[in-house]
Design a binder for this molecule. Structure first.
Ligand code: EPZ
Length: 418
């Protein structure tokens, strides 16, 4: 295993290129299962989770390669199954369920199991498929789903779910009749998936609003699609500028994907402007403490909560950070405390009292975004920070140390003996 070493206290300056969005690329790869033939995806990031999805699709019979673009041929799928060995390493594997049932009328997908940030059940995915006429059985840790042909219907989510919306949008693309998803997720990645499905011949309207209407068609054909820039990677590097007293430009960027994050960071005193796809952020001389509550898009993203907490650890007052999406997404708090942060938990709210400075120490990554928060804190801390188990980080941040080194960070990777 590797560990990341960071010598903190350097103001970052320069330009960071933003990669394609992991959480857009994953559903797009799953969608390739719906239409046999060769799909081409442009701007797919080189990440651990992408490789996991690639292995999963190849296990089923797909052929793929990632050169400048990502080519995947799903003509010869022989095993519509997602085994536990792969699903347990990446919950987004559940995104193959809808496409498999739609195209093959049956699927065997491992239940994802637990996760560091919460129980993360998939009941809403399964209830939606059942409402469309699928027969769902849970056996030996697997979801066994089958349906002669899914029937269009109205599905109202009692909780907003991103991959639940994506799974059922894909399933409904080939259903008999019209499906309406009510209380649907509005994330940019949902919109991107709808755009790709429509390029493949689907008839989807309303993506990005709480009501999505999908008119089923007999079949879809493969297409080409460019992955949107990663808004969470962008937000993470915005905080890298703000927390180190630096000045960064980030591109490409769709500011409409980041309005809540931009507005919160301006509230802390940072100066941000966006000009034709490039975001520029200048750190404030003093970081103002502000409160934040996570919420589905267009609210403040839960995937930015840990990173924002690192910034608030150096705020000028007290910040209340409330996590309203996941029940256990404060694993980074214990590690941030090791770096000198003053944080107390009160149920779903973290009370963050800003301190003068953080001090480097060995810490442990527990999940993807918690790892990012430790990198950000390490960049600001005095002295050396060692971050262990950074395989979590490699799931969602493409060449993070190269990108940070290029703007002045003293950061390097070492083999971890223990
Ligand atoms: C997606 O996960 C993202 N992953 C997550 O990003 C992100 O944190 C999350 O959406 C929220 O924005 C991908 O897109 C691959 P949800 P997802 O279904 O779809 C509950 C990252 O760091 N729920 O929107 O799994 C659930 O427990 C990852 O990149 C049910 O109860 O999240 C949670 O409390 C982490 N039953 C809430 O809904 C269900 O059937 C939102 O979950 C589904 C969800």
């Amino acid at each position: 295993m590797d560990k990341l070493m960071i010598e903190g206290g350097i103001a970052l300056r320069g330009h960071i290129p933003i990669s394609g969005a992991k959480n857009a690329a994953l559903p797009l790869l799953a969608a390739s299962l719906i239409a046999p033939g060769e799909h081409t995806l442009v701007n797919v990031p080189r990440l651990r989770d992408i490789r996991t999805m690639q292995r999963l699709l190849e296990h089923m019979g797909a052929e793929s390669q990632q050169d400048e673009h990502f080519h995947i041929d799903t003509s010869r799928i022989h095993t519509p199954e997602a085994p536990y060995e792969l699903v347990k390493t990446m919950r987004a594997s559940v995104l193959v369920l809808g496409p498999l049932v739609a195209r093959f009328q049956h699927a065997k997908v491992s239940l994802p199991g637990g996760c560091a940030i919460g129980a993360r059940p998939i009941n809403l995915h399964l209830e939606g498929l059942e409402r469309m006429g699928a027969e769902i059985q849970l056996q030996h840790g697997y979801v066994m789903a089958k349906a002669k042909r899914l029937q269009g219907t109205t599905i109202t989510f009692d909780q907003i779910t991103v991959t639940g919306t994506e799974n059922l949008m894909m399933a409904a693309s080939l259903a008999d009749g019209v499906t309406v998803l009510e209380n649907a997720a509005r994330e940019p990645e949902v919109i991107a998936l709808a755009e790709y499905l429509n390029e493949m011949g689907a008839h989807i309207r309303g993506a990005g609003t709480p009501q999505i209407t999908i008119e089923g068609v007999p079949n879809l054909s493969p297409g080409t699609h460019t992955v949107i820039p990663d808004r969470i990677e962008t937000g993470t590097y915005m905080i890298a500028a703000a927390i180190t007293g630096g000045h960064l430009t980030l591109s490409p960027c769709h500011p409409e994907h980041l309005e809540a994050v931009i507005s919160k960071l301006e509230g802390t005193g940072a100066t941000i402007c966006v000009n034709d796809g490039t975001l520029e952020i200048q750190a404030a001389s003093a970081i103002r403490s502000v409160d934040v509550k996570t919420w589905p898009f267009p609210g403040f993203p839960t995937d930015m909560q840990a990173q924002f907490m690192s910034l608030m650890a150096l705020g000028d007052g007290v910040s209340l950070i409330t996590e309203q999406i996941f029940e256990n997404r404060f694993m980074h708090v214990l590690e941030l405390r090791r770096l000198g942060a003053d944080i107390n938990l009160d149920g779903r709210t973290a009370v963050v009292r800003g301190v003068e400075s953080l001090s480097g120490a060995p810490v442990m990554a527990t999940d993807l975004r918690a790892s990012a928060s430790l990198v950000l804190a390490g960049l600001a801390a005095d002295g050396l920070t060692e971050i262990r188990r950074i395989y979590h980080l490699d799931r969602g941040y493409e060449t993070i140390e190269q990108k940070l080194k290029a703007v002045g960070a003293r950061i390097w990777r070492e083999r971890d003996q223990d």
